[in-house]
Design a protein around this ligand. Structure first.
Ligand code: ADP
Length: 220
């Protein structure tokens, strides 16, 4: 049964990206309506996802009939066909969906999506490529980048800094980063303070620009 509180999410396009997105949302207990125009894709995911229907999402009338207007959010996960992706966003705009997320495969594609009314544009390939590059060449274990100036990362304690305290090291002055947490192997993360010693084999939570965090963490 469908809730009418608008908390559900419509996922359009069950390609490689869309099927993972819809699967993750389903595992997070969100109500998902998944739409694909390809009967084989619909068949393939019908047992794994809550509600999977076959429809051409560029057709506003078809979306309306499926009850898409009862949902607060839609993600257009179509990548290969720019035309289908743009027309689908347009249909969702016409239906007045409050939050439309759309996947772009190029900057030009992104520009069109924004200009027709997508509220959020995402670049899964570009973002993942970027992210994996950082993880490969540096000693970052994980990170979130908010913009050029701000990221939060977990990093292994650089070997050259083991045993130093933050008061002595002054990472803000030397590297332009702040160490906000530290974890001794086998223990839990604790907030860092001036007298925190960087533990051998430990992990730090560091904030600052991604380049600064990289420099602090050192190269692989
Ligand atoms: P990926 O790179 O994630 O595999 P694709 O762009 O190759 O993405 O796949 C997109 C999916 O969107 C396909 O399963 C395709 O059938 C579906 N699709 C394409 N156009 C439409 C449309 N107009 N309506 C609904 N689904 C569509």
């Amino acid at each position: 049964a469908r809730r009418s509180d608008g908390s559900g999410i419509v996922v359009i396009g069950l390609g490689r990206f869309g099927c993972h997105l819809a699967g993750a949302l389903t595992r997070m207990d969100r109500e998902v309506l998944a739409i694909d125009r390809d009967a084989d894709q619909v068949q393939r995911f019908s047992t794994q996802l809550g509600r999977v229907v076959q429809a051409d999402a560029t057709e506003e009338g078809a979306l309306r009939q499926l009850g898409v207007t009862g949902f607060g959010r839609a993600v257009v996960a179509i990548g290969a066909s720019v035309e289908a992706s743009v027309l689908t966003v347009l249909a969702l705009v016409e239906l007045g969906l409050p939050q439309i997320w759309a996947r772009a495969t190029s900057q030009k594609h992104a520009k069109i999506l924004s200009s027709v009314g997508a509220h959020h544009v995402i670049f899964p390939e570009a973002e993942t490529g970027d992210r994996v590059a950082h993880l490969i060449v540096s000693r970052l274990l994980d990170f979130i980048e908010f913009d050029d100036e701000f990221a939060i990362a977990t990093v292994r304690v650089p070997q050259s800094l083991v045993g130093r305290t933050l008061l002595d090291l002054r990472p803000d002055e030397r590297y332009g980063v702040r160490v906000i947490g530290a974890k001794v192997p086998g223990e839990r993360f604790r907030y860092a303070s001036d007298d925190t010693e960087l533990p051998q084999g430990g992990v730090l939570v560091v904030e600052g620009g991604i380049e600064q965090v990289q420099r602090f963490a050192g190269r692989n």
